[in-house]
Design a protein around this ligand. Structure first.
Ligand code: SAM
Length: 245
């Protein structure tokens, strides 16, 4: 593990350019960091995108995993890096010796990702750990899937948050994606399982109810807090494609 990352995780504080200390928070756990690192290695990634830099913890894991490649690139996006995170994420990547291959965009992912696509970028891996709002995340999923090479991975954090859960349930139905890996797998609540069992008794339940009431996260495979989707084909859905989710 990189010395800077090790030190931050041990002391649980981060330091700005003037030496002022802040408590570490809102970061990816070391277990999930290792999970990301393994995924990056698994797809032999060169070009990675991260949405949500904050203090740079997940970035440090991803950057370390690609640092030995001949032409690594980490494209990092965060509109609040200066305003809220005191530029510490960027500083940590610099302190760790990775700044030569980190490209930072201080803007919202919903605006930056379409620009990357228009510029003809192709990526191997993406990690999204930002807002938990269904539509904002769906826009990111749409563009990141287009940016990804076939075989590449798209990873979402906090998939147990209502907005994220709904979004991952939807994209799990896309024929061009496949759930490839999961971290922190959970079981749906007893309340939900009981309600679902009752709904199953009702004839034509799939026609009446939304899939989120009939098909459990376990059945769909979206029962984890961190989910990696593999792009298995280009998006060639017909113009009127839809699904119950
Ligand atoms: C939970 S933190 C990320 C933690 C980081 N992955 C880590 O492990 O240290 C969420 C981040 O998303 C950023 N964010 C919020 N809205 C965003 C947007 N529209 N585009 C990109 N990043 C966004 C926030 O500024 C914040 O840095």
């Amino acid at each position: 593990m990189n010395k800077i990352l090790e030190e931050i995780l041990e002391k649980r504080v981060v330091v700005d350019s003037k030496g002022k200390e802040y408590p570490l928070h809102a970061h990816t756990s070391p277990e999930q960091g290792e999970f990301l690192s393994q995924l990056v290695t698994q797809v032999d990634a060169n070009v990675c995108v991260e949405v949500g830099l904050a203090f740079g913890i997940s970035s440090l894991y991803i950057a370390e995993a690609i640092s030995k490649k001949t032409a690594p690139r980490l494209i990092s996006i965060d509109p609040f890096q200066k305003q809220y995170w005191h530029d510490i994420g960027r500083l940590n990547l610099e302190r760790a010796g990775y700044s030569s291959f980190v490209e930072f965009h201080e803007g919202s992912s919903n605006l930056v990702l379409p620009e990357l696509l228009a510029n003809g970028e192709h990526i191997d891996f993406a990690y999204v750990d930002s807002v938990k709002v269904f539509d904002a995340l769906l826009i990111d999923a749409y563009y990141l899937t287009r940016l990804l090479k076939i075989g590449g991975l798209l990873v979402f954090d906090d998939c147990d948050f209502p907005g994220v859960k709904r979004m991952v349930r939807y994209i799990s139905k896309w024929p061009h994606l496949l759930i490839a890996n999961k971290h922190n797998v959970y079981r749906t609540t007893l309340k939900w399982r009981t309600l679902s069992k009752l709904i199953q008794i009702i004839p034509k339940n799939r026609k009446i109810f939304s899939d989120s009431l009939v098909i459990s996260d376990e059945k769909l495979g979206t029962n984890a807090t961190c989910i990696a989707f593999k792009k298995i084909a280009e998006d060639e859905r017909p113009w009127d494609w839809t699904c119950n989710f």
